[in-house]
Design a protein around this ligand. Structure first.
Ligand code: SAH
Length: 228
């Protein structure tokens, strides 16, 4: 079983649409759509926006479906100056840029007890996503994706995230999904298409380009599933 999580309908509707043998169930308010694609068992869920929704969805998916891999798909803000709107960022690791116990002497972003800042994504999935982006002629970068419970839309916040985490993209769910997968020992991957530049223009760009970017993310995931 491969699990796929997106925060918003535009990120998962088309993926649900190409599944066959569909069954659905709702757990903790999250609707899970199970089906087949290319002979593989897939479960897809829309988790909602932000780290708590994403974390609870990943946990429920793991407990109910025991996926061998969880993939977080969708759109994100771009922090990599070499990329444009619509291009792809593939996480080799994820972090939470709004986790901060630094007044107590901890590094910014460190999750206490497990003492981790960056959760490594599954290498094989990351490489396969890069092959798929190449095949579809979509420009891509591989690097850190930083999550936090805020829509990033200023030069200052962008600088904070790139300075502290060297991230190539920012969004609101991947770091929570990586965290939950890590503690459950489940491999994960995060694939995002850029909907905006996480800058002053982001509040205009996101509503204009999110749908187009989500379609690019869906094209990559479809190619990925046929090769996995
Ligand atoms: N009420 C809006 C909220 C969207 S928030 C709605 O439901 O449509 C933006 C979503 O896209 C989040 O899921 C986040 O993961 C991603 N995202 C895109 N650009 C982002 C940015 N600049 N900063 C943070 N998240 C971003």
């Amino acid at each position: 079983m491969i699990g796929i999580i997106g925060a918003m309908d535009i990120e998962v509707e088309k993926i649900k649409g190409f599944l066959t043998d569909i069954s659905t169930e709702t757990i903790s308010g999250v609707n899970f759509v199970r089906g087949k694609f290319d002979g593989k068992d897939i479960v897809v869920a829309k988790c909602g926006v932000g780290k708590v929704f994403a974390g609870l969805c990943a946990e429920a998916m793991i407990l109910k479906y025991a996926p061998e891999l969880i993939i977080n798909v969708g759109v994100a803000g771009c922090l990599d100056e070499t990329l444009k709107i619509g291009d792809i960022v593939i996480a080799d690791n994820v972090c939470q840029h709004d986790m901060d116990t630094s007044p107590l002497g901890d590094p910014i972003g460190m999750l206490s007890d497990i003492n981790i800042i960056k959760f490594p994504a599954d290498k094989k999935a990351c490489e396969l996503f890069a092959d798929c982006a190449k095949e579809l002629c979509l420009p891509y970068s591989i690097g850190t994706i930083a999550s936090g419970d805020q829509f990033v839309s200023s030069a200052d916040k962008k600088k904070f995230i790139t300075d502290n985490f060297g991230a190539k993209s920012c969004e609101m769910e991947g770091g929570a999904i990586g965290h939950v997968c890590y503690v459950n020992n489940v491999p994960f991957a995060v694939l995002r298409a850029m909907s905006d530049g996480a800058d002053d223009g982001a509040k205009m760009d996101f509503p204009t380009f999110a749908k187009m970017a989500a379609e690019n993310s869906t094209r990559v995931i479809k190619t990925f599933l046929s090769k996995f």
